[in-house]
Design a protein around this ligand. Structure first.
Ligand code: NDP
Length: 340
């Protein structure tokens, strides 16, 4: 069987995190409802990913798939493919659980669903705090962070971090925490370079993890008004040819050379292998500059339905008034959507 060898980065607590992980968000369908039909395929692809050498899985309470992701990880441990301490498992606390004491409730729920006794990393999914009914609780994320420090201290998580925090929020958190975040997971891709945020995090030894690393480059994510580059972009195709790699591999390698971890999601086995086969070539300075020039600040993930909530981290779109999709408010977990 083909194998990949994925290097690691060091977190600010001395622990190691693989530089590329497997993302598990299956997304919402056109009706903004969670689509479960790809879950069996994802379980197979994740199983294959671990077989070929992936050692990092990114999931979240919101994704509904914690039970199945946990099953696959535990099966691989049972089969002797990996030991628990060799797999880096991340989950996230949703913004219904932002009271200090509720963070532990959320993390224990995730552990139960996944059949694990600790996480390698637990992230605050968003800086806002919103109830299941859509009420803005306005809980300060500094209070929530004390809950994170608590789960770290109790050993439920080996490392703690944040997600979707902007520059000001990272600065304020750093100035007011006992334990600094080990990680900030944010959208980064060729259209959204996030240089200021990445520089800030890296200067404080906060590892940056890129979600949606392909942005709108891949057909499944292309929006009508979305900018270049797409998979057939001539500049990207030429770079691919130069290095004997695919356009998506060039993209992931670019992020790696910026010191950024990627967590691409794919339910396609061939892409599992393709996405991790990026550690055997180097982009030169001219290539890096060419790729950097695609940065135009375009966001693929722009949840405008939260934009009037306290601590929303992104620029607002004037006049956008959209209801929060029900599927982001209340849900059950697992393939039959019947697990609390
Ligand atoms: P990605 O950038 O990973 O894109 C996923 C899409 O790209 C899928 O349609 C997949 O298709 C396709 N794809 C994957 N690899 C290739 C390839 N080599 N060639 C062509 N197409 C490819 O987007 P995501 O939004 O899923 O982000 C990745 C992960 O980040 C998520 O799964 C989740 O774990 C995390 N995330 C975190 C967020 C947060 O708020 N913290 C927000 C969003 C995501 P297919 O599956 O059909 O192969």
């Amino acid at each position: 069987m083909a194998k990949v060898n994925i290097p690691t980065f060091k977190l600010n607590n001395g622990r190691e995190i693989p530089a590329l992980g497997y993302g598990t968000w299956l997304g919402l369908d056109s009706k903004m409802e969670f689509s479960v039909e790809d879950l069996p395929k994802m379980m197979e692809a994740l199983s294959y990913a671990i077989d070929v050498g992936y050692r990092h899985v990114d999931t979240a309470h919101l994704y509904r798939v914690e039970p199945e992701v946990g099953q696959v990880v535990n099966r691989k441990i049972k089969e002797g493919v990996v030991k628990r301490e060799e797999v880096f498992v991340t989950t996230k606390v949703w913004h219904h659980f932002h009271r200090e004491a509720d963070v532990e409730v959320s993390v224990r729920g995730s552990l139960r669903r996944m059949g694990l006794d600790y996480f390698d990393l637990v992230l605050m999914h968003w800086p806002m705090s919103i109830t299941q009914d859509g009420v803005d609780e306005k809980i300060d994320y500094l209070e929530t962070w004390r809950g994170f420090e608590n789960v770290l201290q109790k050993g439920l998580a080996k490392s703690i971090g944040v997600s979707n925090f902007n520059v000001e929020q990272i600065k304020r958190l750093l100035a007011n925490c006992k334990v600094p975040p080990a990680c900030n997971q944010v959208e980064i891709n060729l259209n959204l370079g996030q240089k200021e945020l990445v520089d800030l995090c890296q200067s404080h030894n906060i590892v940056v993890v890129a979600y949606s690393p392909f942005g709108t480059m891949v057909p499944s994510r292309a929006a009508p008004d979305s900018p270049e580059p797409k998979l057939n972009n001539p500049t990207m195709v030429a770079l691919g040819k130069k290095h004997g790699k695919t356009v998506t591999q060039i993209t992931l390698r670019y992020l790696y050379q910026r010191g950024i971890i990627s967590i691409p999601k794919t339910v396609t086995k061939s892409r599992v292998l393709e996405n991790a086969s990026i550690f055997d070539f180097t982009l030169d300075n001219a290539d890096m500059a060419t790729l950097a020039a695609f940065d135009n600040g375009y966001r693929t993930v722009r949840p405008v339905f939260w934009q009037d909530y306290a601590n929303y981290p992104f620029d607002k779109v004037p006049g956008a008034k959209v209801l929060i999709p029900q599927s982001l408010c209340v849900w059950k977990n697992g393939i039959n959507l019947d697990i609390d």
